[in-house]
Design a protein around this ligand. Structure first.
Ligand code: ADP
Length: 478
């Protein structure tokens, strides 16, 4: 079975969030169940060193935004198909934004080109390579299924995966012609959404299947509270919609071998985890004599993640004797808020503004608990890293957080099944109440260690989800 993945990021090469982790880990997991997945990705500057090592396998003169060529290269165990179109991708700044943080004004062309290249490859543009299914990820790849459908019914089947429905790719109707889209598809049953082109909606209308990254989020997005305006479209296609939980790369995230840690450990040598707490506290200037739990945040600093509410609960957290370590970047007022909190509570709160992959591993290993008070969370990966590292997740009951963490309620504790703390109310009060539960549980080392062991034994690999994707592809390919 051949599957062409189309995506705008892929770990470890280029990453802004969980999408990259998924696209980077899924192909290896699929290979274990006999699916060959190649990944079509824009050739951004960090990928330039790979271009001379690869082979040009296709050329397109008429993509949106100009010509591009496809370079096939093997790297990190993956087969990458890089869309080399310097006029679109050779620039400083972020993957989606310029150096001032503003969206690139030609993002519709950049990702329209990616999507059209994907559709052409799915239709056989590379000699000797015929994908059975095209699997598009998020709005940046969402026109690929639309171009396939435009080419007729006798083309490979397609799947769109929604990693976050908040990002839809909305553009004015003037871009339709630039994107070679049929203007007679610009209506409410097609690509149109409140007068604009909505790229994600296009994929929801024209893909054969729709998946999202957890069963709970798959149900949530059918409602106005979570559907971000697309709930009606999704309800109409509910029969094609399913949730497949993300796994994690258990080799890159393994406390027994992780080179970014001060000390490696596993479920049998859990005591050694403490060396990482010592190292993390020293690195961040946190008081080493504090006896409460060290709670961390590793996150985009946005309101989606409920971090405005956490900020309000910081005085309570400190007053209960817990410590807080924050690693993240994002909304300026939240960055400033956590900097101020660190200044107000020296030794008890530390804030590191920035994106630092290696440090994120030490945060996971060195903390006792990881706080994820998201207002919505399609899947979430940091709670899975937390489980794997025996760092108990403290999560809001939403999306994939609700599907992956077992709350320390009485029944779960009696069954020795509890792996973290789940709460409902994302507010300063709700967070303060769950912090009380964390502090009390931490004061009982036997209980805490038994939860850590349950967490570390909880399966977080890709195995069962890779099988679910394989079954879905097989179903589609007939
Ligand atoms: P989202 O995709 O919504 O940002 P996820 O939890 O699915 O949230 O994935 C976030 C990923 O980004 C995780 O791998 C997390 O460790 C990583 N991450 C987020 N912020 C940082 C940061 N400041 N430094 C390092 N890694 C980060």
């Amino acid at each position: 079975m051949n599957v062409l993945m189309v995506a705008s990021e892929c770990a470890p090469f280029v990453k802004t969030g969980g999408l990259a982790d998924v696209v980077g880990a899924l192909p290896a997991a699929l290979a274990r169940v006999d699916v060959d997945a190649q990944v079509l990705l824009p050739a951004y500057p960090p990928l330039f060193p790979l271009l001379p090592k690869g082979e040009e396998v296709a050329r397109f003169d008429d993509l949106p935004g100009g010509p591009g060529r496809i370079v096939k290269v093997k790297a990190e165990g993956m087969t990458l198909l890089l869309l080399d179109a310097p006029q679109l991708f050779d620039r400083p700044g972020g993957l989606y934004v310029d150096e001032t943080g503003r969206d690139w004004s030609d993002n519709h062309l950049r990702f329209g080109a990616l999507s059209m290249a994907g559709a052409r490859i799915a239709m056989g543009a590379i000699d000797g390579y015929q994908p059975d299914v095209l699997h598009a990820h998020d709005w940046q790849a969402a026109l690929a299924p639309v171009y396939l459908r435009m080419a007729g019914r006798d083309t490979p089947r397609s799947v769109i995966t929604i990693h976050n429905i908040a990002f839809q790719g909305r553009f004015g109707p003037q871009v339709l012609a630039q994107l070679h889209l049929k203007t007679d598809w610009f209506h409410p049953e097609g690509l149109e959404f409140h007068g604009d082109l909505n790229v994600l909606k296009g994929a929801l209308m024209f893909s054969d299947r729709i998946t999202t990254v957890s069963p709970t989020y798959a149900r949530e997005i059918l409602t106005p509270e979570f559907g971000m305006g697309l709930e009606g479209v999704l309800q109409a296609r509910a029969g094609a919609l399913s949730g497949v939980l993300n796994g994690i790369d258990t080799e890159a995230w393994d406390p027994a071998t992780d080179g970014a840690l001060a000390q490696t450990y596993d479920v049998r040598t859990l005591k050694r985890k403490a060396d990482n707490k010592t190292a993390l506290r020293a690195r961040l200037g946190l008081d080493p004599s504090s006896t409460g739990p060290l709670c961390c945040v590793v996150s985009r600093l946005t309101n989606q993640k409920g971090l405005d509410a956490l900020l309000e609960a910081v005085p309570h957290l400190v007053q209960r004797g817990a410590q807080l370590a924050v690693l993240g970047t994002g909304q300026p007022e939240l960055e400033q808020g956590f900097r101020d909190a660190a200044e107000a509570h020296p030794g008890q709160v530390a804030t590191h503004i920035g994106y630092d992959e290696a440090l994120s591993h030490l945060f996971q290993a060195g903390s006792d608990a990881i706080l994820i008070p998201s207002r919505f969370e399609p899947c979430g990966l940091t709670q899975l890293y937390g489980l794997r590292y025996g760092t108990l997740p403290v999560v809001a009951r939403t999306g994939g957080l609700a599907d992956t963490v077992i709350d320390a309620n009485v029944a779960a504790l009696l069954a020795k099944a509890a792996t973290g703390f789940v709460f409902h109310d994302v507010s300063a009060t709700g967070i303060a109440l769950v912090i009380d539960r964390v502090v009390e549980a931490y004061a009982d080392p036997k209980l805490w260690q038994s939860m850590q062991r349950a967490a570390m034994r909880h399966p977080v690999d890709w195995d069962s989800s890779a099988q679910a994707y394989r079954d879905l592809y097989a179903d589609l390919a007939g």
